[in-house]
Ligand binder design. Structure first.
Ligand code: 2AM
Ligand code: CA
Ligand code: CA
Ligand code: CA
Length: 257
């Protein structure tokens, strides 16, 4: 299937599943704890993942899938086509606020990001695009955000990393104009694509950073592990994405490699 056609199809699937969430948004959902009491999964997370999975498996039976829920969170190797799914990013926001959450899907080929999709379900805005095809919000093409230096913009951060100064998070944040915490990696990426924040630092699993990284890179932003090393598809990593100017300063001042 051609890239364009593939992109259009996946966009339609995500919007359809997002519409399903919106029609059920005022219902109560069963919820279960995962690793700790703040780490929860609702029946809607699982339902959304299954709906997307079914469509991917039917249309692309050869492709691999890595996804947060239902035992699909490990991958043996990165060769070939791999879909990475976060069915609901910002589950705590979904559960307590019924907004500020998103569906994220990415396509990687041989470990390289090709397509990214972030659907802000309650605002009905889909951010999509990929390598050499640009980045769009619904039908509108986004321009690259300004290449702002660390000292001139706001940062999205993980509050725990700030509090504990993990990998110099607080040192970096204190050089900026201020920090923001939105509670969803997807929502942070959306602000970043629009230039409303100029970097995002967090402790993320691959499904948290995959789609956003593809879109950010296409708009001229850079991403890496916060210690300068490789990002892992096997585990969570301290992650940073930001403008080139900011990343240069962070690399030169704080990264070990
Ligand atoms: P999630 O809602 O899909 O779990 C909130 O802090 C942001 O970090 C969300 O994007 C959340 O994704 C992500 N996150 C990743 N790992 C997390 C964890 N162990 N606990 C809470 N949030 C986590
Ligand atoms: Ca989760
Ligand atoms: Ca997530
Ligand atoms: Ca999730």
């Amino acid at each position: 299937m051609e890239r364009n056609q593939e992109c259009k199809l996946v966009k339609e699937w995500i919007v359809e599943v997002g519409n399903y969430i919106r029609t059920h948004i005022h219902e109560s959902f069963e919820v279960a704890e995962k690793e700790n009491r703040q780490d929860i999964v609702t029946e809607m997370d699982k339902k959304v993942q299954n709906l997307l999975l079914e469509k991917i498996r039917t249309t692309f039976p050869e492709d691999k899938v890595l996804a947060e829920e239902n035992g699909l969170s490990e991958i043996e190797e990165m060769s070939g086509r791999l879909w990475i799914i976060d069915p609901i990013d910002g589950t705590l926001n979904f559960y307590f606020q019924r907004e500020n959450f998103a569906i994220m899907v990415a396509l990687f080929e041989d470990g390289i990001g090709q397509l990214g999709f972030i659907y802000d379900v309650m605002n009905e805005q889909i951010y999509w695009g990929g390598k050499n095809i640009g980045v769009y919000r619904n039908d509108e093409r986004l321009m690259s955000p300004k290449n702002t230096a660390l000292s001139n913009g706001l940062l999205g951060i993980n509050a725990f990393m700030y509090a504990e100064n993990i990998e110099h998070t607080r040192d970096i944040a204190d050089k900026s104009m201020g920090v923001r915490v939105y509670g969803s990696a997807a929502i942070e990426f959306i602000h970043l694509l629009h230039g409303r924040i100029i970097a995002y630092l967090s402790n993320l699993a691959p499904w948290d950073w995959a789609a956003g990284s593809v879109l950010a890179e296409e708009l001229g932003l850079e991403f890496s592990a916060l210690n300068g090393g490789e990002l892992s598809f096997d585990t969570r990593s301290y992650y940073i994405v930001g403008t080139k100017e900011l990343m240069k300063e962070v690399r030169e001042t704080y990264m070990k490699c």
